[in-house]
Each structure stands twice: as C-alpha cells, then as structure tokens.
Design a protein around this ligand. Structure first.
Ligand code: SF4
Length: 207
C-alpha cells in the first residue's frame, strides 16, 4: 500500500469510490469530443447524500464486523463496512456486503422493493400439521415458557448413573447468536446452566 495512506484511509477512499460507482444516478456518457478521447459524465447527486448514518453490526457470523447503515425515511438505502471499526476496518465479506438484501431485494422490474420473504409475524406449525398459523408474541412467549418448564421438569437429573451429582437436563439445547453481546451471553448462560441445568450450548459462529 502506498506510503502515507493507512488501511483505514484506504477503505474510506475505496468506500467513497464504491458508493460513487453504485449510487451515481443517471450516468450518461457523452460522445467523446473530437479533440480528446475522454468521455464526460453527468452523474447527478449521490443517493446517500441526504441519508442518515447509523452504526450497526453484521448479523451473520461472530467476527463482529461493524457497518454503517444509510437510511432515508426509515428505509435502508445502503450498507457498507465501517472504516473506523478496529475489527473489519471498512471491509465486509460477500455475505456482509449483501446485508441490505435481508431487508430489500431487486424485483423483476429492477426496482428495489421490500423483501417479501422477510418474516414479520410469529408463525406456528403444530406437531403433525402441514400449515403455519399466525400467532401473537404473548401467545408464543407463554407457550415457549410452559414447554421449556415442562420438558426440564420431566427430564432433570440430579445424579448420573454413577451417582455423581450433575443437576442437568439433556433434553434441551441452546443456540447462541452472532448479535448477542458479552452481557447478554452472561445472562443466557446464567439462565441456561444455573437456572435450568442445560449443558448443551452452542453458537452459530463457533470460530
Ligand atoms: S459475515 Fe462477513 S461481514 Fe458479517 S461479521 Fe462475518 S466476516 Fe464480517
């Protein structure tokens, strides 16, 4: 890398260049003048010019990459890596680069629209059923709590087959999330291990 330009500066410049590439509206190359061969461009304003910037995190894996989310009227316009992040220093992997597609997609008419596959309500499929039912959050949380309590009470072991005290249930496991921070992880572990006796805990970003 050229001396005098830090990695962070490099990604800032790169980000500006990439944003320009993606968000210049109505790019129209004019025919080259006879006197020079360089085309001129009428690029118009950047789509992110009037957007609000919000610092956020990538939701996919546990690397902890930080992003800048550009939004307008509460709609996500663009997401890029945060050059000030000590973790990813402005870079995002291909999954992180496509983060905004969780919220919106480009339709057949090449228009960016809300992703119709995004879940916005609680769906429940009863055992043996082939149909999803829409439920509210109060019902879902109450149902989860009752089933966890019932399963835990029915399967809790104070001692194993050798008489060793274990105080555990092997019938419940817990999956973590890349978006859970240290404090939330601490609370989850206290509830699962100390509160319920769950010993099978795992994480989507087991790096
Ligand atoms: S999925 Fe990619 S961009 Fe997202 S946190 Fe992981 S490495 Fe970073």
């Amino acid at each position: 890398m050229k001396k005098g330009i830090s990695r962070r500066d490099f990604f800032k410049y790169l980000g500006i260049g990439a944003a320009g590439t993606v968000f210049f509206e109505g790019i129209s190359a004019k025919p080259a003048a006879a006197s020079d061969n360089l085309p001129s461009f009428d690029m118009g304003p950047l789509k992110i010019t009037k957007t609000k910037e919000t610092s956020s995190g990538c939701s996919y894996c546990g690397c902890g990459c930080t992003t800048i989310v550009y939004s307008e009227n509460d709609k996500v316009v663009y997401i890029e890596g945060d050059p000030d992040s000590p973790v990813n220093e402005g870079a995002l992997c291909p999954k992180g680069t496509a983060l905004s597609d969780v919220y919106t997609i480009v339709d057949k008419n090449r228009q960016r629209v809300l992703n119709p596959g995004r879940l916005t309500e609680v769906l429940y499929r009863a055992p043996g059923s082939d149909k999803w039912e829409v439920k509210d959050w109060d019902w879902a949380l109450s149902e989860i709590a009752q089933r966890v309590k019932k399963t835990r009470d029915e399967t809790f072991e104070e001692k194993d087959e050798n008489g060793v005290t274990v105080n555990r249930t092997m019938a419940i496991c817990q999956m973590g999330s890349a978006n859970v921070n240290n404090e939330e992880d601490y609370i989850i572990n206290k509830l699962m291990r100390g509160g319920l006796g769950v010993v099978d805990l795992d994480h989507c970003a087991r790096l």
